[in-house]
Design a protein around this ligand. Sequence first.
Ligand SMILES: *[C@@H]1O[C@H](CO)[C@@H](O)[C@H](O)[C@H]1NC(C)=O
Length: 212
Amino acid sequence: MASSSYFLVIALLALASWQTMASDPILVNGFVCKDPKDVKAEDFFLAAKLDMPRDTNTNKVGSNVTLINVMRLPGLNTLGISLARIDYAPLGENPPHAHPRATEILTVLEGTLYAGFVTSNPDNKFLSKVLNKGDVFVFPEGLIHFQFNPNPYKPAVAIAALSSQNPGAITIANAVFGSKPAISDDVLAKAFQVEKNTVDWLQAQFWADNHN
Ligand SMILES: *[C@@H]1O[C@H](CO)[C@@H](O)[C@H](O)[C@H]1NC(C)=O
């Protein structure tokens, strides 16, 4: 055996024994990756009560997103999927936002939703639908999208699946006008083609997150 490959074998053996002796858990994507022999049903289970309505009066947009991602359900680690229940007050909306790491497929369980997304540059084509109970709509990865409940009397409920264990969410208004610290109003006035005092007014609003 050539001395260089002999050295490589020794190095790999040392690494392997160090890994088995180490008391720290092995992390993958920053989350614990359990030894298969230690895995329990509970690692893949969460009593999330997704059958229960959520409170939609705590924010001005009138919606409440309950996301079951890898932070809540450790067994999702490396599996590329997550789930959300979304509750909408009458005239409530899940405001324009994007998921940097996931495509979303949504179905309406109760009520009606007006939903849409905008394609990337240069077309910025707006594709939208009115969804009734049982209908399904897809929001492709990374694109800005929203859902709005047009009914002034009845709430709506949707379930969405997302193609990432940690899809991430960028709520457009919150990120642009509610950043900490604020983006310069010179920058935003030019970008949005409005007066600086309009930007200042927007930046003075309270940009609440509708996610749990
Ligand atoms: C969502 O509803 C729950 C109660 O069902 C409430 O505790 C929580 O504050 C609400 N979250 C948001 C972001 O509105």
